[in-house]
Design a protein around this ligand. Structure first.
Ligand code: PMP
Length: 432
């Protein structure tokens, strides 16, 4: 047995089966875009720990900041004793992610927790109960976040779910546009949105709409520009808070701090986690000050909110991302990936779509070039073949028919080239 196989066997014996695993890879060390597995084999990382290491594995300034903080204090709870790293991170978030005139933030540990708190704040600010969310959405695994999540297989036998959650059809242009052009498609979808005020829920009872501007787990589906603008106007008309979940799309993935900056459509509240902390559990709810301050004192918090170690890791990550101009790098990497993958799409009708913003790029597999016929068989073979040939990659989508690339953005040209070559050869192998 290899050390990796041994580890996977021990995992099976000791860890609850429900803790799923996407990939057979293991790790002993990781740096930049490279994972060294338990047997000393080098793997190129196109998964980034599910979009967490945009700034690379173990960036030196981040590791140094963690070490320094560990020598000072590990924990007091920000609910008990005030420390500067928490405040500093909130100041930095307000600077890079401005929401209206004045921006405030709160810190928690995970994306799901950020979503939970965004909903609690929106309800308190509006004194209304209902929340609108979308098909294809993923917002996490806690009770409210799971309720907001669309994919049924994440929720088997986990109910009853949180009440007052209503789901709208996500405007997935690729899957559903049929013969319609973008303009007609969006007009139709906006009509459906406006009709929801008549046939889904009393619109006067809606506190918030939550949306991922580019769906992550759902398969990197971008909201059409005009739809997001229409949704903003709809929220303004009805006094609804617009929450954008940027947990997967944030922190340089799309060439911006948040993908809403790509659209130029501002949310009232937005949520962040993953690449914000380069691997340490830190998440944020950021929003317009008057909304953030509407939550009653003591109604949002927790023992570990914004752990000092995680705060300094996030501040060091933001500083490093600025220094190496990671947003620009995302755009460059994205171009290389798009060129290569679109060329491949031209050769194979099984590849229905290659899409993305910045370096948030996905490949969708279908049957007969038909967008409405997802092909679920190909991705598992590619993911497995890649793992065996030195590339870690993830699938996504309701039908698991989409490959998504979430590589560290510090990946070198050579590593990117090699990773794409492994991917290309495994795609060709799985198709034929
Ligand atoms: N929102 C989005 C958009 C996500 O992609 C995820 C994680 N995949 C979450 C929320 C939940 O984050 P976490 O796993 O840190 O709870």
């Amino acid at each position: 047995l290899t050390k990796s196989q041994e580890l996977l066997n021990r995992r099976k014996e000791a860890v609850a089966n429900g803790v799923g695993v996407f990939n057979t890879a293991t790790v002993s060390e990781a740096k930049g875009a490279i994972i060294i597995d338990a047997d000393g084999r080098e793997l190129i990382d196109f998964a980034g720990g599910i979009g967490v290491v945009n700034a690379g594995h173990c960036p030196e300034p981040v590791v140094a900041a963690i070490r320094e903080q560990a020598g000072k204090y590990l924990h007091t709870s920000f609910n008990v004793v005030t420390y500067e790293p928490y405040i500093q991170l909130c100041e930095e978030l307000a600077e890079i992610l401005p929401h209206g005139e004045k921006t405030k933030a709160m810190l928690v540990s995970t994306g799901a927790e950020a979503v939970e708190n965004a909903i609690k704040i929106a309800r308190q600010a509006t004194k209304k109960p209902a929340i609108l969310c979308f098909t294809g959405a993923y917002h996490g695994r806690t009770m409210m976040a799971m309720t907001l999540t669309s994919k049924v297989s994440y929720k088997y036998d986990c109910g009853p779910f949180a009440p007052e959650v209503y789901r709208l059809p996500f405007p997935n242009f690729y899957r559903y546009h049929g013969a319609r052009d973008m303009d007609t498609f969006v007009d139709d979808e906006l009509k459906r949105l406006h009709e929801s005020a008549l046939n889904l829920v009393d619109i006067k009872s809606v506190a918030a709409v939550i949306i991922e501007p580019i769906q992550g787990e759902g398969g990197f589906n971008p909201v059409p520009q005009k739809y997001l603008e229409g949704l903003r106007a709809f929220c303004d008309t009805h006094g609804i808070i617009l929450i954008m979940d940027e947990v997967q799309s944030g922190f340089c993935r799309t060439g911006h701090w948040a993908s809403w900056q790509h659209y130029g459509v501002q949310p009232d509240i937005s949520t962040y986690a993953k690449s914000m902390g380069s691997g340490l559990p830190i998440a944020a709810v950021v929003g317009r000050a008057e909304i953030m301050d509407a939550a009653a004192i003591g109604s949002i918090g927790g023992t570990y909110i914004g752990s000092p170690i995680c705060c300094v890791a996030a501040s060091a990550t933001i500083k490093y991302m600025k220094e190496i101009n990671l947003n620009e790098k995302a755009v460059q990497i994205g171009k290389v990936m798009m060129d290569r993958l679109q060329h491949l799409m031209g050769q194979h009708s099984e590849i229905g779509d290659v899409r993305g913003v910045g370096a948030m790029i996905a490949i969708e597999f279908v049957r007969n070039g038909d967008a409405t016929q997802p092909n679920s068989e190909i991705c598992p073979q590619i993911v497995k073949g890649c793992a065996e040939n030195g590339l870690v990659i993830l699938s996504a989508g309701t039908h698991k028919n989409i490959l998504r690339i979430l590589s560290p953005l510090v990946i070198t040209d050579k590593q990117l080239e090699k990773g794409l070559s492994i991917l290309e050869s495994q795609i060709k192998k799985a198709i034929h």
